[in-house]
Design a protein around this ligand. Structure first.
Ligand SMILES: *[C@@H]1O[C@H](CO)[C@@H](O)[C@H](O)[C@H]1NC(C)=O
Length: 385
């Protein structure tokens, strides 16, 4: 349990009374006698995504070799950056997650990477991770002490019923074999996440909360069978944008103790090429609008599923791969530190920053693996107390 938010928050709240273009003397009084919320030991989290080098936005292709499938796992700067946190939570996931196949012996298909397909979801085909690659990734996670949240494909077996809407039950067989292999190899997965941005009206695709809740029960059953009831990983979901009705229904349908954490995504700064992104980062009133989401999620969980914890599963500021020359600079820390503070105030236990590496918002530079200012901002909060 960390109590840093109690002390950091008043500092972060200060600019609310000072226009960013003015200077003012201010006195900060910290009332340290009361705990308003607590975070988990792995509050700071960063993501590794699936985007291949061919992923482009606005004529830029900022992913290069930052995908789960092609990241240079032997780079010493990568290992040091993760180790420095002791531990850093890493969430593996992203848009293509629901098109990932796992190269288990019974897959029945060749285990090929993603290719560009204009008719595919997000412009790509299905892509497969080999068990050899999964071994290498886990070697790196073990060496660096990362605490791992892995996002599973939650569209497998479903059919598109109308534009953007997918129906039918989840086919768990490939995921089950993948988890089975992971258990056999003793790879310490902290949490299995189910799906990416399929909640509410979805981003590329959506699934009803009713069906999703049933599938979560199945995932929890699989986890309990494969791990036994003690020391089993957490089940977290839906890894999507907050929608009060959908999130409440997911908790109602899945029922007590199935969903251990509710993950939601935040991209509150607009599109990566929006020229207003820097102004929004420096506008405290604008930044504070996300507190409505944090507050509402906290209430939804209290009312419909107090066994579940609120997590931010992915948050990158500007969407569409971040904002070039903004999301990786000092300026961006005004957004990032404010988010860490705001979310902690509403009892968020984990906050996953998009990305550890890749896109325009990587904590590490995609080419050089050199840490950016936000890396040090997040690292600094580890040692605040
Ligand atoms: C699930 O998918 C596997 C192939 O991965 C297939 O053999 C099996 O029949 C499917 N199960 C259902 C219930 O459709």
């Amino acid at each position: 349990m960390r109590l840093w938010s109690l002390f950091l928050l008043p500092l972060l709240c200060l600019p609310a009374r000072v226009r960013s273009e003015d200077y003012a003397d201010a006195t900060v009084i910290v009332r340290g006698s009361e705990t308003i919320a607590s975070t988990s030991d792995e509050f700071v989290c960063a993501t590794i995504d699936w985007w291949p080098p061919e992923k482009c936005n606005y004529d830029q292709c900022p992913w290069e070799r930052a995908s789960v499938l092609n990241l240079d796992l032997t780079n010493p700067l990568l290992a040091k950056a993760i180790q420095a946190f002791s531990p850093l939570r890493i969430r593996v996931g992203g848009s293509l997650q629901d098109q990932v196949l796992y190269g288990t012996p019974n897959l029945g298909l060749p285990c090929d990477p993603f290719t560009k397909v204009s008719s595919g979801l997000f412009g790509f085909s299905q892509g497969c991770i080999t068990l050899e690659r999964w071994d290498d990734i886990n070697d790196m996670f073990l060496k660096t002490g990362a605490v791992v949240t892995f996002g599973l494909n939650a569209l497998r077996g479903r059919q598109q019923t109308r534009k953007g809407v997918w129906g039918g039950p989840w086919n768990s067989s490939n995921a089950r074999e993948f988890i089975e292999y992971t258990v056999l190899k003793n790879y310490p997965i902290d949490s299995w996440e189910f799906g990416n941005e399929l909640s509410g009206s979805g981003v590329g695709a959506s699934v009803s909360a009713e069906q999703y809740g049933k599938d979560l029960v199945e995932l929890q059953t699989i986890i309990s069978e494969l791990y036994g009831d003690s020391n089993k990983p957490l089940v977290v979901a839906p890894g999507g944008f907050y929608d009060q009705k959908w999130f409440a229904q997911l908790l109602d349908v899945s029922g007590p103790n199935v969903l251990n954490a509710m993950t939601h995504h935040i991209y509150n700064l607009g599109a990566g090429n929006d020229p207003q992104v820097p102004n929004r980062i420096l506008n405290p009133q604008y930044l504070s609008r996300t507190s409505d989401t944090f507050r509402s999620l906290q209430l939804t969980i209290q009312r419909h599923g107090p066994w579940s914890a609120p997590w931010v599963g992915e948050s990158g500021g500007a969407y569409n791969s971040g904002s070039r020359l903004v999301s990786n600079t000092f300026l961006n820390s005004f957004w990032y530190l404010d988010q860490l503070g705001q979310s902690a105030k509403y009892d968020t236990k984990v906050y996953c920053r998009q990305t550890l590496i890749g896109g325009n918002y990587g904590l590490l530079d995609t080419e050089t693996f050199v840490p950016n200012p936000d890396y040090y901002s997040s690292w600094g909060q580890e040692f605040f107390l």
